[in-house]
Design a protein around this ligand. Structure first.
Ligand code: NAD
Length: 351
């Protein structure tokens, strides 16, 4: 991992991973390739030292090839994607372009650089994917393992499933040194405020409604983003080439429980910090109320998967991975970050 290309490194997980690599591999040369869509921002990584930032599209194979050669890239960690399920339902085209064709473009460029020349080079192509490719579980079904058959239900998860298959095929057909991780719902600093946790925190701070899909009983496994970054690092260093690893946070929670944690967390932080009453005068606790009063139930998302759960025995037993942060601890840190970084999210919301 001397010269690493991180695609989507200005997005939520990518930016956290850029920080992780910078702190843990001080000598690594980091190149970030990111199109800076609505979900990406240079502000997410502007304080990270010694990175080369390239604004560009992963679908531009000539650009990708030139970067691989110019910077002698030996490792690609591929985060770039369209990632929001709701947007994939209202406007799927971009998901097909970026998630499928973009991954294909990267694979072709990687093959050209690492396999087609004279003498194969040491390399790794790590693909970051999602547990949503496995579909939906019933309440008593066993958790998703690496051998669970794929059954994607949304255009987002179908596009990610397709990219996973392409990555797998480039290993089996051409010998590209790949690894893939399929992870659960991430949360933490730098997450764009369209996803549940940052959106509801910011809504609560403004006294806006907290719209809960359906009956609020859809279950997800929640993974603190720093734990995810550690897991990818372990897979890069110790994972078996050609293998996939499921990564989770070890905690299944219904959405309603997550919303209740957000409400009680925001109430508690106001109770311990009276200065917040002036900064966020419309938040219920600033007016003697409780954030719980903001909850409303709305029509369920089309095709909403009921339950996701991760069986992480493989990554635990083979690589020694366990999440360090339980949801309560991870959420406490996340909430503190959003309170301390008001300028960051206000800046994004003006665009
Ligand atoms: P994100 O939407 O926050 O960031 C995506 C980044 O990719 C943005 O910076 C965006 O500008 C960039 N990008 C989009 N299209 C591009 C293109 N064509 N070329 C170059 N850059 C492009 O996403 P995220 O939440 O950080 O997710 C990162 C990866 O992890 C994705 O592949 C996603 O499928 C996967 N994943 C995310 C979660 C989650 O909970 N967030 C869970 C499982 C898997």
């Amino acid at each position: 991992m001397d010269n690493i290309l991180i695609t989507g490194g200005a997005g939520f997980i990518g930016a956290n991973f850029v920080r992780h690599v910078r702190s843990n591999y001080p000598a690594a040369n980091i190149v970030v390739l990111d199109l800076l869509t609505y979900a990406g921002s240079k502000a997410n990584i502007e304080d990270v030292e010694r990175i080369t930032f390239v604004k560009g599209n992963i679908c531009d194979q000539d650009l990708v090839c030139s970067l691989l050669h110019k910077y002698s890239i030996d490792t690609i960690v591929h985060f770039a994607a369209e990632s929001h399920v709701d947007r994939s339902i209202s406007a799927p085209d971009q998901f097909i372009d970026t998630n499928i064709l973009g991954t294909y473009s990267l694979l072709k460029a990687a093959k050209e650089k690492w396999l087609d020349g004279t003498g194969e080079q040491e390399h790794r192509f790590h693909h970051v994917s999602t547990d949503e490719v496995f579909g939906s579980l019933g309440p008593h079904d066993p958790a998703f393992s690496e051998t669970t058959p794929y059954a994607p239900n949304s255009p987002y998860s179908a596009s990610k499933a397709s990219s996973d298959h392409l990555v797998r095929s480039y290993h089996h057909t051409f010998g590209l040194q790949i690894t893939t991780t399929n992870c659960s719902n991430n949360y933490g600093p730098y997450q764009f405020p369209e996803k549940l946790i940052p959106l509801f925190v910011i809504n609560a701070l403004h006294g806006r409604k907290l719209p809960i899909y359906g009956d609020g009983q859809n279950v997800r496994d929640w993974l603190y983003v720093e734990d995810h970054c550690r897991a990818i690092d372990l897979v890069l260093n110790k994972g078996q080439v050609g293998e996939t690893y499921n990564v989770g946070g070890g905690e299944e929670l219904p959405n309603l429980t997550v919303v209740e944690e957000i409400c009680s967390g925001v109430d508690a932080i106001f109770a311990g910090n009276p200065e917040l009453n002036q900064r966020f005068p419309d938040a219920p606790p600033a007016r003697g109320g409780k954030c719980d009063s903001l909850k409303v139930y709305v029509e369920d998302r089309l095709g909403h998967d009921r339950r996701y759960a991760i069986d992480e025995r493989k990554i635990h037993s083979e690589l020694g991975y366990s999440p360090v942060n339980d949801f309560r601890n991870g959420f406490r840190k996340t909430l503190a970050w959003y309170i301390d970084n008001e300028q960051w999210w206000r800046g994004l919301m003006q665009n």
